[in-house]
Design a protein around this ligand. Structure first.
Ligand code: NAD
Length: 488
């Protein structure tokens, strides 16, 4: 089967690939601004049918109880997707604008392989746990707790790492025995739609277990959240939209799982290899043009080494220019859209208005008339109260902030509405531990450590979200527990 959609892709509803009732909408390559094809444009009736199908599949089939069959389907999907790896990877670079090296990791192959981890969990999870005997009110009872699939999941995802985020939701949700309606972001419909095509044509997933609804209309996200047939809303996106999702879900008291924004700190202690740390900070922030929620976007360095840190970061950024994402060696591709580029440029202007200095970058790269590129940019001269240090920019923009010792660095890291991730560089283990203990975030790297893996729970403190994705914790988000007792 060739994957490439020639004119349009299709929706997956109740096991069938169908056109969108509103026709199609354009898919744009962010590196060239060319229309590369179309995606099916779903309307409210399509979503309604998809939710109905997911509800039916959950309520009237054995899907939620047949752990071995689910594991088989997930492995089948993983293997089928991997046979199309070259095509998926090329399309990811065209549709998402992500540098091609990332498609061998989190932009495709990493999360596809992770489906095997969730298949293993479906088979090996302790679904029933005996609690032994107790005598409530003097009456002997034998008790157990059973874990069961929570029901229909409405999965709503963003455009920045669509494969990673789509699979981090559908993998554990399906492994847990839920059925799913996946609604991807309008900017990256193919990443989801083509998975739907593989599910329909190359796997044994029963009709309705996974439904994929692409649409140009954000309102379908809201429709999915308020539908009473949906048991869990699993959302990844901006904190502002997350707030709306939580408010809408309150109508039916639907459980929400939220992965939201970040403004993570990269802390350099005074005993660290400063140049090495600053190179890594530059690399992190330019990767995929900074369009990652867990990317460290505040570089917090010893005040007495501020000038050296700026020079080292500037030098590193100079070697990481924004470029064609399909070119080997490109680390910084384009932003996803003209709208996102305007947003990033407005923050760079804001930094100048607030008295910041642009140490490098700050504009569009010379010689690139097409594509939504912004140069890797380093801002100095501001403290942590500046808006560019507080708000998520979602571009290749790093703000350098001086600290006056380890506790001050922790204070700065925590002086944020977010708490998603972080990094610390140093040599003294006690001091590193003190910083890791003190920073209030869901993940922390030490000296370049990479925490991202299928078995690692990912998520945020504070306004970065509620709940954890991936790992056993991410799987358990899609379960309910049922306590059962009988007289002994
Ligand atoms: P977004 O919030 O604009 O949209 C995310 C999704 O929500 C899209 O599918 C959109 O159609 C849908 N949506 C929009 N309005 C809705 C509503 N009222 N109700 C329900 N759904 C609605 O986010 P984006 O611009 O696509 O992605 C970038 C954001 O995502 C950044 O803030 C980034 O930090 C965040 N993000 C977080 C994580 C994480 O795991 N914490 C990962 C990736 C991205």
């Amino acid at each position: 089967m060739a994957l490439r959609p020639e004119t349009s892709s299709e929706l997956l509803i109740d096991g069938k690939l169908v056109p969108g009732s509103r026709g199609t909408f354009e898919v744009v390559n962010p590196a060239t601004e060319e229309v590369i094809g179309n995606a099916a444009d779903a309307g409210p009736d399509d979503l309604d049918a998809a939710i109905g199908a997911a509800r039916r599949a959950f309520d009237t089939t054995d899907w939620s109880r047949d752990h071995a069959f689910r594991a088989k389907c997930l492995r089948q999907l993983r293997d089928a997707l991997l046979t199309h790896s070259a095509e998926f990877r090329a399309l990811a670079t065209e549709e998402i604008g992500c540098p091609s090296f990332l498609t061998g990791g989190p932009q495709f192959e990493g999360p596809v392989n992770d489906l095997g981890y969730f298949a293993d969990l479906a088979e090996n999870y302790e679904w029933t746990r005996p609690l032994g005997e107790a005598k409530p009110m003097g009456i002997p009872n034998v008790r157990e707790v059973r874990y069961e699939a929570a029901g229909v999941v409405g999965a709503i995802t963003p455009w920045n790492f669509p494969h990673q985020i789509n699979f981090a939701k559908i993998g554990p949700a399906l492994a847990a025995g839920c059925t799913v309606v996946l609604k991807p972001a309008p900017d990256t419909p193919w990443a989801a739609a083509l998975v739907g095509k593989v599910v329909a044509e190359e796997t044994d997933f029963p009709p309705g277990v996974l439904n994929v609804i692409t649409s140009s209309d954000h309102a379908l996200g809201e429709q999915l959240v308020v539908d009473p047939r949906v048991d869990i809303v699993s959302f990844t996106g901006s904190t502002d939209t997350g707030r709306k999702v939580m408010a809408s879900a309150s109508q039916n008291l639907t459980k929400v799982f939220l992965e939201l924004g970040g403004k993570s700190a990269f802390i350099v202690l005074d005993d660290a290899d400063l140049a090495g740390a600053c190179s890594m900070a530059a690399f992190n922030v330019v990767t995929h043009a900074g369009q990652g929620c867990a990317i460290t976007t505040r570089l917090v360095v010893p005040r007495e080494k501020l000038d050296d840190a700026i020079a080292a970061t500037r030098d590193a950024m100079a070697g990481l220019p924004a470029d064609d994402p399909s070119k080997p060696g490109t680390i910084c591709g384009p932003l996803i859209s003209a709208k996102q580029r305007e947003r990033v440029e407005s923050y760079i202007q804001l930094a100048k208005d607030e008295g910041g200095k642009i140490e490098i970058g700050g504009g569009r790269p010379a010689g690139k008339d097409k594509g939504f590129f912004v140069e890797p940019t380093l801002i100095s001269g501001l403290d942590n109260s500046a808006r560019v240090a507080q708000e998520e920019i979602f571009g290749p923009v790093l703000v350098v902030i001086p600290h006056d010792g380890d506790d001050d660095a922790i204070r700065i890291a925590n002086d944020s509405p977010y708490g998603l991730s972080g990094m610390v560089y140093g040599t003294d283990e006690e001091r590193i531990k003190h910083v890791v203990d003190g920073v209030r975030t869901g993940t922390m790297g030490v000296n370049g450590g990479i925490w991202y893996a299928a078995d690692v729970p990912f998520g945020g403190y504070k306004q970065s979200g509620i709940g954890r994705e991936m790992g056993v914790a991410g799987f358990e988000e899609y379960l309910e527990s049922k306590a059962v007792a009988r007289p002994a």
